[in-house]
Structure formats: C-alpha cells, structure tokens
Design a binder for this molecule. Structure first.
Ligand code: PLP
Length: 378
C-alpha cells in the first residue's frame, strides 16, 4: 500500500509541541507564533506575516482587507480549491472565472483583461502545484485598471517566480499548512503575507476579533476595545510549535521533495516521449517546490481506467478540482468569462501521484511500474 500523502514529520515537532503545552501561553501570538512569523518575514522579505488557522482564513482576511462589498467582481481560475472563491463570495462578491492554460493549469493571463469590468476589484491568481502564474502580466494589468492582486500561494511555499518568492508579488498572499501541503502546522494552518504596508495595522485588528488587542500588548493604546469587524483568525501555540519544527527543516523537506519529483520525471519521460501521458510543465522563470507530481492521460475514460488499476494495487493516486464554475455554488455566485476551452477538458485528464516527504525510490518505482503496465495494455 502506498498512501497519497503522509504529513511531513522531521523530528523536532514533538519537543516543540510539548514545550508549548508546558508554557504559560497556549492561546495565539505566543513565542512560537512570533518565531514563525519572524522566520517568514526574513525569508520572504515582506512587510509582515500573520499565522492563521488555515489558508481559507487568510483568504477571508484578504477579502475583508481589500474592502470587498456586494456587487464587486473578483477574477480567478475555475480550476482551484473552493476556498479561493468562498472567501470573496462570503463578502458578497461575484466570482468571475477565467480559463486556464493547458501547460501549467494556471490562470491564462492573456484572458484576464477581457474579464475586467467597472465592478472588478481584484485578481486572484492561484499558483497551481507551486508553479508561478505569469505575475508580470497580471501585475501590469492590475496597475492599469487599479485592481488588487491576492496570490493564492497555498501550494507555493519555497517556490519562486523570476527569483521572487510566491506570495510576495501581489498586494497580499496566502500559504496553507494543511497536512496535504509541503509544510504543516499539525494538520491545519495558514499564513497571510502582507506586501502592501497599508494593510499591516488593520490585518492585526481583523485577526483579533476586530479589537486593537495587539496594539494594547505593544503598549500603543491604554485599553483595548472593539474597533472594526473581525473574527478569530489566530491559531493556537500548538500549531505554531509544530510548524516551527518544520521551518527549521524547510530546506531539507524541499530538497527531499525535489529529488522525488525528479525521479518521477525521469522514470516517466519515456512514456511522455511515446505520447502515452503528459508531464507537468515548469517555465524557466519559475523555481518550484515539488508540491505535486501530476500526469495527464488522454481523457476521462483513460483516467478512470488508470485510477482503477491504482486502486486495485492499493496505491492512492487521486484527481482533483471539479471546476468551480460548474458546481452548484459556482453557478450561484459566479460566471465564466469567455469560453471554457481548457478548464473542464484538462481537469478531467489529470492524475496526482503519491508524493510526500520521505517517499522512497522503491515506492516511486512501484507507482511508475503501473503506468508501464497500463500503457502495455492500451
Ligand atoms: C489547500 C488550498 C487552499 C486551502 O487551504 P486550507 O489551509 O486547507 O484552508 C486554498 N487554495 C488552494 C489553491 C489550496 O491548494
């Protein structure tokens, strides 16, 4: 049996979680949270970062921060996780879906301009598989039309676009530390990355239930009270302690994943050259983090057959994203701009292969062996 994912565990997480349990502060914004946030601020060179209970929450904070109101429109790909859209729909926005590129599965930057209307407030590029969207084009459009850019970099920690870390290019960015991502804060977690300094102060308030509690603790105000809307968007110290164990090993986790990703690519290249499958495309401008190894087969029928072969071998290969625009809520809260040329057709071809920190070469061989077997039968 080969699982699809194993949450990374590098060794020191237990010690740090125990340390947090024994400390006087178990609620949010304790020493581990501060340590993690400082690490990110140094690594990313951004204005400010805030740990959140999930990437979903970081996206919700972003929607509040840019002042989304009913009637505003937000542009994003339809091929993404529900949270990308939900965060903005919750504030009353209409979601405008744009087709993806068939090579990277990222939003097609050449189709964004046609989707812009006087109601458009933001563009939300999603860096699929930790491979950067064409951010130069997107930022130029945003400047031309006065739009905000929120990078959904849930899958993108340790990845770069033209040398810049994903999540640091738009006005705001978000990471996920869910157990299926490259780094986890004990199962669930996220990060809000603030690049535009205008948002720094208000972000702390929104995260602290709409109070100026953070300023109070810094001695900037003499009492704290309700000053804005907000929610409980800060994680507890146990989550930050777990994450700290992983941040210390960030490079080790990254290089382990990259090695496994390259092993998949090398083993599967002959099948791609023979036209049996397609492999992921990474542009020269992008440094990726091996978040995902996916292949594409001819169509839905082939995918169903190959997944069945994996299921019988107890190898957990999976597929994902039923395109949002054709889902029940997508029909209600959004619309597709232009034609769906690639979103649906490409999503039906995609299979994600098992990939996690510590996956062995023998396991990768077994997974690839099934593709050989399947290609010989076809
Ligand atoms: C995982 C993911 C999210 C949600 O992350 P959570 O931390 O589980 O809330 C959002 N967007 C994308 C693209 C993701 O892959």
């Amino acid at each position: 049996m080969i699982p699809f994912n194993k949450p990374p565990h590098t060794g020191n997480e237990e010690q740090y979680v125990l340390e947090a349990m024994k400390s006087p502060q178990l609620s949010g914004d304790g020493p581990f949270t501060k340590r993690c946030q400082r690490w990110f601020e140094e690594q990313l060179g951004c204005r400010k970062t805030l740990l959140t209970p999930s990437c979903t929450h970081a996206l919700e904070m972003a929607a509040i921060l840019i002042g989304i109101e009913p009637g505003d429109e937000v542009i994003m790909p339809s091929y993404t996780f529900v949270s990308t859209a939900n965060a903005f729909a919750l504030r009353g926005a209409r979601i405008v879906f744009v087709d993806i590129r068939p090579d990277t599965m990222n939003i097609d930057e050449t189709r964004i301009e046609a989707a812009i209307t006087p109601q458009t407030k933001a563009i939300v590029p999603v860096h699929y598989a930790g491979v950067g969207c064409e951010m130069d084009v997107i930022m130029t459009l945003a400047e031309k039309y006065g739009l905000f850019v929120i990078e959904d970099a849930a899958q993108g920690m340790m990845s770069r676009y033209k040398g810049r870390p994903l999540g640091t290019i738009g006005h705001l960015g978000t990471y996920s530390f869910h157990e299926t991502k490259n780094y986890t804060s004990g199962g669930e977690g996220g990060l809000l990355i603030i690049n535009d300094g205008r948002f720094a102060e208000r972000a702390e308030i929104i995260r602290e239930k709409g109070t100026n509690r953070s300023q109070f603790f810094r001695g900037m105000v003499d009492k704290y009270s309700w000053v804005d809307i907000g929610s409980s968007y800060l994680p507890c110290e146990l989550q930050a302690a777990y994450l700290w164990g992983q941040l210390e090993m960030a490079e080790k986790i990254n290089s382990d994943r990259l090695t496994s990703w390259l092993a998949y690519r090398d083993k599967l290249s002959p099948f791609a050259e023979a036209g049996v499958i397609e492999l992921p495309v990474v542009a020269e401008t992008c440094q990726h983090n091996a978040h995902m190894f996916y292949i594409k087969v001819k169509d839905l029928e082939e995918r169903t057959a190959l997944l069945e072969l994996y299921r019988k071998a107890v190898i957990w290969a999976v597929f994902h994203y039923v395109p949002l625009h054709s889902a029940v809520a997508g029909l209600k809260y959004g619309r597709f701009s232009g034609r769906d040329i690639y979103t649906t057709s490409q999503s039906e071809r995609l299979i994600r292969l098992p990939l996690y920190y510590g996956i062995t070469g023998a396991e990768i061989d077994t997974v690839c062996g099934k593709i050989k077997e399947w290609s010989e039968k076809n």
